[in-house]
Ligand binder design. Sequence first.
Ligand code: ADP
Ligand code: MG
Length: 336
Amino acid sequence: MPDGPVLEASELTKIFRLPRTAANPLRQQTLRAVDGVSMQLFAGATAALVGQSGSGKSTLVRLLSQLEHPTSGTIRINGEEVSASWGRSYRRYTEQVQIVLQDPYASLNPGFRVGRSVRRPLEIHKVHKTRAEREAAVRQLLEQVKLTPPEFYASKFPHELSGGQRQRVAIARSLAVNPKVLLADEPVSMLDVSVKVEILRVLNECRENLGLALLYVTHDIASARWCADTISVMYAGQIVESGPAEEVTQRARHPYTQLLIRSTPDPASGQPANGAKPEDGVTQGSAPETVGCRFRANCPSAMAKCAADEPPVVPLSAGQWVRCWLYAPENGPPAG
Ligand code: ADP
Ligand code: MG
């Protein structure tokens, strides 16, 4: 299947049981952290997953990496459904699908020198036969993420490096076992602005050189536009809009996507464009609506039927789609 997706998620759902509260000890509360999400990742392409904190991005990444089991839905890799969560096929899966997390400090062993951190997956997965081959591979991996000269960085401990350098080490380590898919969960959120761009460049180069399918998870839609081919916008566990990055950012249709774009800070002033504040219309952490549209309480265009029925998925042109009643055929042709 050369042209098919490398990784394909169909209708993934994850329901968490929440602890019983003192106020309500008998009722089991649940949370649909990921609700019917479908997604395709292609070799050599970057897909961005954009949404505010708590929208379910990390849970989706954990499902895609098999760190967590979905309540329902399927994952396919190279067209084959993933079933085992142990044994050889599971190990093969974890080789092919690697993660880079937000905080490299937390994901690197502070007692290991960089060389050892990068070498370990090569040893565990028995990628090479000899020690010399492994050492050469470590050098090449460090060069790939621009930590040069590699011998210099291989001898450092994580605390001797900057945040950006640590994230490069984490990326090098994730590439050690020659993965096909890289899931980067807010990889630059903790870094300074100038370093963010460098790390995104490194990820982009690795994707290009190695033909990786890259999932770039972020709350910053501006950075997604800059580095991704496609953007999916997540709100309260659901993808509400998806399509080519240029379409989604230039012709955003979903009121939530429009809000994200309006509240993106202007790089020059640091102030949101049009004076909108990031939290405008978004009640962080509030329980989303469970009947009808989940965004309706915060939506400036909400209509009666948004409260009554789940919004339909409406296909637009150029591969873009939106989950919103405003664009339903009975409301007339999509605007724009
Ligand atoms: P994001 O990465 O977009 O910030 P998360 O996937 O981390 O969002 O979280 C989505 C929602 O699921 C949040 O409300 C979070 O509190 C909840 N959640 C995440 N993990 C668990 C868990 N293990 N048990 C219960 N709730 C969880
Ligand atoms: Mg997260």
